[in-house]
Design a protein around this ligand. Structure first.
Ligand code: HEC
Length: 127
């Protein structure tokens, strides 16, 4: 590698390094996201407009005592951080991709990837 490309490589690595750490998921920030964006429909310990979310990471989807599951009826997977990220970013699309259902009763999307990562990090702490 020439000296010039070595420098370019070092700069690129530094940039990737910084943006990587800025994106690191933060459970405390995630709790705020949960309060602002999710708590109108979700509580941790009981069903509201949506199912209880305490301990959702690692749980079989669609299996709380919530009565109005629609998109997650009969879901055959457990929630991983990756699946949660995909679900929260677009529940309708997720349901079409991952279940045999066509509609979801969760009429909300969280478009901001950092907020999604934070809220998932927070949900992990509720297990
Ligand atoms: C407008 C109300 C509403 C908002 C806001 C909302 N949800 Fe939901 N959520 C629902 C409903 C209703 C369901 C059930 C979906 C279905 O079965 O189709 C659901 C389901 C879920 C599930 C699946 C739970 C299970 O038992 O499998 C997760 C995870 C979830 N929501 C996360 C979130 C997160 C995180 C937020 C905030 C970023 C959020 N939701 C915001 C209404 C909402």
């Amino acid at each position: 590698m020439s000296k010039k490309s070595l420098i370019a490589f070092a700069i690129a690595a530094a940039i990737v390094g910084t943006s990587g750490s800025a994106m690191a998921a933060d459970a405390a920030a995630g709790e705020e996201v949960f309060k602002k964006r999710c708590s109108s429909c979700h509580a941790l310990d009981k069903a509201k407009t949506g199912p209880a979310l305490g301990g959702v990471v690692g749980r079989q989807a669609g299996t709380t005592d919530f009565k109005r599951y629609k998109g997650l009826v009969g879901a055959d997977f457990e929630w991983t951080p990756e699946l949660l990220d995909e679900y929260i970013s677009d529940p309708k699309k997720f349901v079409k991709t991952h279940t045999s259902n066509k509609r979801t009763s969760m009429t909300f999307k969280l478009g901001n990837a950092e907020e999604r990562a934070d809220v998932i990090e927070y949900l992990k702490t509720t297990n």
